[in-house]
Design a protein around this ligand. Structure first.
Ligand SMILES: [Zn+2]
Length: 236
């Protein structure tokens, strides 16, 4: 892909709306989430371009209330894949709400939110533990991710939903899905102080750097010119 198009894709990404069936499902499963506070973006943020992540929920750059739901190649996923992914990511949005991370305050601004600080602190703590378990360097990120106490319940919810969906598709009879309805998430908060401090410094740095990088990136993409084919190719 030409560099100009890559810059446009990163800094002026295409937003997407949920299909009616997906919106209906997640509204039932997550009754406490106000989706008008969530921007849905087809792609990943500038600092995660090299990662293998397919979806993530991160704080918006400005303010302290909005979130961004990033999905890589969202339009190339089937409806079932979209549903499974959104059910997982919506669980993280519920975790943001349950940790009071969507209210602007001295400890909640820009990228620097309670939930993301907690998430990174856990990740660092588990990565260091994996080092002491003498795991290969290549295995450490995946191990820290799989042992992550904020990911475990999200994957459990995704898997329960997947099983319900497959059973429904095979029998065409909707079984009861009351157990999938999530009004409150599981959040384990007791990380070690040292990792919390590092996570806080990292989040504050991203909160300060991100608006500048995004502003420069947007400016650069305008200077390089509007590439209409990118937007037409990706339109619904
Ligand atoms: Zn997750």
């Amino acid at each position: 892909m030409p560099i100009r198009q890559q810059i446009q894709q990163i800094f002026r990404p295409k937003h997407f709306e949920f299909d009616a069936s997906i919106r209906e499902t997640i509204t039932i499963l997550y009754p406490n989430i106000s989706w008008e506070f969530v921007d849905c973006i087809d792609g990943l943020p500038w600092f995660m371009q090299q990662s293998s992540v397919i979806g993530t929920v991160l704080p918006s750059t400005g303010g302290g209330t909005k979130l961004r739901l990033y999905c890589k190649n969202y339009h190339q996923l089937s409806t079932s894949e979209k549903l499974d992914l959104i059910v997982h990511e919506a669980y993280h949005i519920q975790q943001y709400l349950d940790t009071k991370s969507c209210r602007i305050s001295i400890v909640n601004w820009g990228f620097n939110r309670r939930f993301i600080r907690l998430y990174i602190a856990w990740y660092l703590q588990l990565a260091v533990r994996a080092v002491f378990m003498q795991k290969a360097w290549r295995e450490i990120p995946q191990l820290a991710y799989r042992m992550h106490p904020l990911e475990i319940p999200a994957y459990a919810q995704e898997e329960s939903f997947r099983q319900w969906r497959i059973a429904y598709q095979n029998s065409n009879q909707a079984g009861r899905w009351d157990s999938l309805i999530c009004s409150e998430s599981q959040v384990v908060t007791h990380t070690k102080v040292a990792y919390r401090i590092i996570a806080t410094l990292f989040c504050m740095s991203i909160a300060l750097i991100s608006p500048v990088v995004e502003c420069l990136g947007k400016g650069l993409s305008y200077i390089l010119g509007y590439n209409s084919s990118y937007y037409q190719d990706n339109s619904e």
